[in-house]
Write a protein that binds this ligand. Structure first.
Ligand code: GAR
Length: 203
């Protein structure tokens, strides 16, 4: 295993927080490949702008497993160590999750386990309709249980009385912009500790 952490990104929407992730300039981290299921999404443009090789896999006529297998092949060709789901609006199949077990991080726009299962603005709408006074952002490992994998990092956001879906989305994404780079760094540190422990045990 090399010291370099090779990161692959999957996204489907605007990729609003991607520039902050790419610009965080974390030492020893390389964003080596981007894959999307949406041909013309903002996230893909941002990947291009930051010089990350981008792939569009057209999901039409493919089963979920077939699409996932194609993506796994690309990620493996790039020797990806960690997969980030950054506004990725598909549920991954077991074949994908098993290929990168313990190495897939998703950002979900609520304080999981609250408001699991929804996506993007729908989550913020549900939070407001429930009359919550706080929400937040969660970075969690992806398992076969949707939004149910172990929580890696979480941060709260206060909700003000005249909050709207878009103001809340903006506030939560401001947190994501800092939290995701932190999560990548934490993953990298934990990985190198595990590696060192393994070396000590071998000696
Ligand atoms: C992400 O930033 C995240 O909050 C949420 O969607 C946003 C994408 O917004 N992710 C999910 O709901 C994942 N299930 P964007 O289109 O502005 O980039």
């Amino acid at each position: 295993m090399s010291d370099l952490l090779r990161v692959g990104i999957l996204a489907s929407t605007n990729g609003s927080i991607l520039p902050s992730i790419f610009s965080a300039a974390l030492p020893g981290v390389e964003y080596c490949v981007f894959v999307t299921n949406k041909k013309a999404c903002g996230a893909r443009e941002k990947a291009k702008r930051f010089g990350v090789p981008d792939y569009y896999i057209n999901p039409e006529g493919m089963s979920r497993e077939e699409w996932d297998a194609e993506v796994v092949k690309i990620l493996q060709e790039y020797n990806v160590d960690l997969v980030l789901l950054v506004g990725f609006m598909r549920i991954l199949s077991p074949v994908f999750i098993q290929s990168f077990s313990g190495r897939i991080l998703n950002v979900h726009p609520s304080l999981l386990p609250k408001f699991a299962g929804g996506m993007n603005a729908d989550v913020h709408r549900a939070v407001l309709e429930a009359g919550e006074t706080e929400t937040g952002s969660t970075i969690h490992f992806v398992t076969e249980e949707v939004d149910g994998g172990p929580i890696f990092l979480q941060e709260k956001v206060d909700i003000v009385p005249d909050e709207t879906v878009s103001s809340l989305k903006e506030k939560v994404q401001d947190v994501e912009r800092v939290l995701f780079p932190e999560a990548i760094q934490k993953f990298q540190q934990e990985r190198s500790h595990t590696e060192n422990d393994e070396m000590v045990n071998r000696d």
